[in-house]
Design a protein around this ligand. Structure first.
Ligand code: ZN
Length: 248
């Protein structure tokens, strides 16, 4: 990867979808900084801050916003279509994820990829290193400016960024697979969930004490970390899905 623009989320999106033509591009006489991403550009698309627009904190510039670069203009114009779970990669494009137990979704941009509920865990267990990527999940009902806030992963890093709407979770790569396995066991269990976030251990006659003792040394390394409940809730497949899977 030579173009550092690709480390910016709107630029990664714009490249990944094949740089579609954006209407109204004007050539600037010299490089100017895009008001949103702050990167220099000679291509400008006129844009005004609408009356209802309340997310100025997204912008590199806060005043005199009158144009955007094509990448930022494209991203801002597709907020609704991007209100989905997706993997965005430079080489593979924008893949809107549909889990195999979900009803068919309509998509506006990118391609649809039907995946198992284990896909997120598997992806993060072996993430790409030579290709910039974003993993986006969503929780809010209404579309957010989540692409602008997303953090792009690239290269060998100790931390993986996973985006949930406008919130980015920094997840340590070290010990992650072991954490996934431990959390899967807890999620499949009948009664260990409360002990994930609690210093109190199950009592010694607890019916799942053996299982707890197996996962506890792993869980304690991640206890009280901001990402623990996020991984448990959103990356580890739903309990019923995993149980159905073991039955087959
Ligand atoms: Zn821009």
């Amino acid at each position: 990867m030579k173009d550092i623009h690709l480390l910016n989320p709107t630029h990664l999106l714009y490249h990944a979808v094949g740089k579609p033509r954006v209407k109204g591009i004007k050539k600037l006489g010299s490089n100017k900084r895009c008001s949103l991403c702050g990167l220099p550009t000679t291509d400008a698309v006129g844009w005004e801050v609408g009356k209802k627009f309340s997310n100025l904190d997204l912008f590199a510039e806060k005043e005199n916003i009158d144009f955007l670069c094509p990448a930022c203009h494209y991203a801002l114009s597709h907020i609704k279509e991007l209100h989905k779970a997706y993997i965005l990669r430079y080489t593979e494009g924008l893949k809107i994820l549909q889990f195999d137990d979900q009803p068919s979704k309509k998509i506006g941009i990118g391609q649809k990829r039907i995946v198992s509920r284990y896909y997120l865990r598997d992806f993060l267990s072996n993430p790409p290193v030579d290709d910039p990527w974003i993993m986006m999940l969503q929780t809010k009902m209404n579309p957010q400016h989540s692409i602008m806030k997303a953090k792009v992963n690239f290269g060998y890093a100790d931390t993986l960024w996973v985006c949930n709407g406008g919130i980015n979770y920094a997840i340590p790569k070290k010990g992650l697979v072991e954490l996934f396995n431990a959390l899967e066991k807890v999620k499949k269990s009948d009664s260990l969930y409360p002990y994930l976030f609690n210093d109190k251990r199950p009592w010694k006659e607890h019916k799942e004490i053996k299982l707890w003792e197996e996962v506890e040394p792993i869980i304690v390394k991640h206890r009280c970390k901001h990402y623990l409940s996020f991984i448990y809730d959103r990356i580890i497949p739903p309990k019923n899905y995993m149980l159905k899977d073991t039955d087959n």
